[in-house]
Design a protein around this ligand. Structure first.
Ligand SMILES: [Zn+2]
Length: 326
């Protein structure tokens, strides 16, 4: 742990500004106190130019300076990774922050404490403190969107771990290569993954993954939306695809539950909106884990819409109360 010192926050539980920074737009809000959030504004993200990006955040704070005391802390949820050792951000969707120590650089510019975390980690914090995971000591949040991500919270606090990649269950060569569906054995290849490995959960578990699996099984190129619609309508081909999908994805998710000891797994990302899919995944995971649950374990995230802002606010308040950065 060298080199990275985020500014000390000691605002004694006062207001925290927060921004959910996505590749297309930024949502800006103030959290007057833990558990409260007031949305203020939404603007486009200047993703390609750091000076314009930083300037637009400065202008947001200026426009809303009446909402919080001078130098109120700023907490960021970003569509990218933040290395906990160095504070350096990496983002495919917001190129201008890649290589920046985003919290330190913004703090110097804005003259206030700034903290930043990845959007999946912010959703995890939101779910653990103010969502489906409230009251659960160990919350594993699974993000199932275009691809696969996740985050882990213990006692309401984020576990960042080495490199800030705790909870990234999408990457690791753990995909089964054969599944039994209705008495038939299907052989599934280890698809190559963007991370450089092959057989990652990410190659099958997200929306692109369902499409890849469906294409492999049936030679048809269809959107995940159409495949899941057909599955719910009882189509035979889609039924096979989703049955194989559930077999393949439930294994690593069950392993993750065993390893983390999570008693709730809120699911975020686009696939979380397909309730029957999450219910089927819940049944498949609960069949595989050591601990027995009588109530749902894998559930749709409760803060899917505002998880970035809520999680950033939680992070800001936690750091402020602890009087620490990093
Ligand atoms: Zn991978």
């Amino acid at each position: 742990m060298t080199g990275h010192v985020e500014p000390t926050i000691t605002n004694g539980g006062g207001p925290v500004f927060c921004i959910d920074i996505g590749g297309s737009f930024m949502k800006f809000a103030v959290s007057p106190a833990p558990g409260a959030l007031v949305p203020l504004e939404r603007i486009d993200t200047p993703a390609d130019d750091w000076d314009v990006f930083a300037g637009s955040i400065s202008a947001l704070l200026d426009r809303h300076r009446a909402s919080a005391p001078i130098a109120a802390p700023l907490a960021l949820s970003i569509a990218g990774l933040v290395d906990p050792r160095t504070g350096v951000a990496t983002s495919a969707n917001i190129p201008c922050i890649t290589g920046r120590r985003i919290a330190l650089d913004l703090s110097a510019l804005l003259g206030r404490p700034v903290v930043a975390a990845n959007d999946a980690d912010c959703l995890t914090l939101a779910e653990a403190n103010e969502g489906a995971g409230r009251g659960h000591p160990v919350v594993f949040c699974a993000v199932m969107g275009t691809g696969i991500g996740g985050g882990l919270a213990i006692d309401g606090h984020l576990v960042r771990g080495a490199g800030g990649v705790t909870g990234e269950w999408g990457h690791g060569p753990i995909l089964n290569t054969s599944v039994e569906i209705e008495g038939k054995t299907l052989h599934i290849p280890r698809f190559s993954c963007g991370c450089g490995q092959s057989g990652c959960v990410d190659t099958i578990g997200g929306a692109r993954g369902i499409e890849r699996l469906h294409g492999f099984l049936h030679g048809r190129s269809e959107t995940s939306h159409d495949i899941l619609d057909q599955w719910q309508a009882g189509d035979d081909g889609a039924r096979l695809t989703v049955a194989a999908y559930l077999e393949l994805v439930a294994d690593p998710l069950a392993l993750t539950v065993n390893v983390t000891g999570a008693s709730i797994v809120p699911v975020g990302g686009g696939l979380a909106s397909v309730t029957p899919l999450i219910e089927a995944l819940d049944r498949a995971v609960r069949k595989r884990i050591l601990n027995r649950f009588d109530s749902p374990l894998v559930v749709p995230a409760a803060r899917q819409e505002d998880g970035g802002l809520v999680g950033a606010a939680v992070l800001g308040h936690q750091r402020a109360l602890a009087g620490e950065g990093g």
